[in-house]
Design a protein around this ligand. Sequence first.
Ligand SMILES: [Fe+2]
Ligand SMILES: [Fe+2]
Length: 271
Amino acid sequence: MRLLAISDLHLGHPKNRERLETIGASPEDWLILAGDVGETDAHLTLAFDYLLPRFARLIWVPGNHELWTTSRTPGALAGEARYEALVALARRHGVITPEDPFPVWPDPERPTMIVPMFTLYDYSFRPDDVPLDGVVAWAAAENSVCADEYLLHPAPYRSRIEWCAARAALTEARLRALPDDCATVLVNHFPLRQAHARLPRVPRFTPWCGTRRTEDWPERFRARAVVFGHLHIRKTFEEAGVAFHEVSLGYPRQWDQQRTIASYMRVILEA
Ligand SMILES: [Fe+2]
Ligand SMILES: [Fe+2]
């Protein structure tokens, strides 16, 4: 029995969509989908319908792309209302979301909670000498512009910064309430640490990549592993005994279509 993870399936791209069926059945295993499944309810439904019967459990967190409001968004829902609709869609399928009780990984030696999270970003992943009100212009000066600026709305909050603060507070309170002897696997679309949001090709995209509020969460909340995506730069590394996994598939040009999508899944835990 394994805990597997992948993110950024980006099923809006036909080449990714057509290759979804290269994921075979793995009925003992749990699968984490760490965001950016696609942009529409149809993309999520496609992934959930296909993957649910093939895995023992499916755990999903939203990426920024799912939260976009486009002409195809049902009811033109935006911001938190869009997020709530996504959670409802996942729950209708039986998929575990950041709003559900944390599933417990059956490890007799070390009880471990799998913690799906949604903490967004707040532009704090920027150099200290760049002021908040200049951060978008600073990024644009090197051609980094995030489509979220037009498509990811913060309502009812006044800004994505406020929404991020609310999400981080709520998530932190749930983590603080866990028993002291329980370990965690923290799952978020965005990296939890600023140092992990390194994008050599678009170095000024980092403001849209996370929040400094989560910097110490891996140690504070006894993480065995941290799973994230968003960067489209696959990587596994360790810091102070915690395994960090960036598990993106990415856009068609970012992975080898001769391979199966399953071969890009990372093993996070094994029981
Ligand atoms: Fe992505
Ligand atoms: Fe993303």
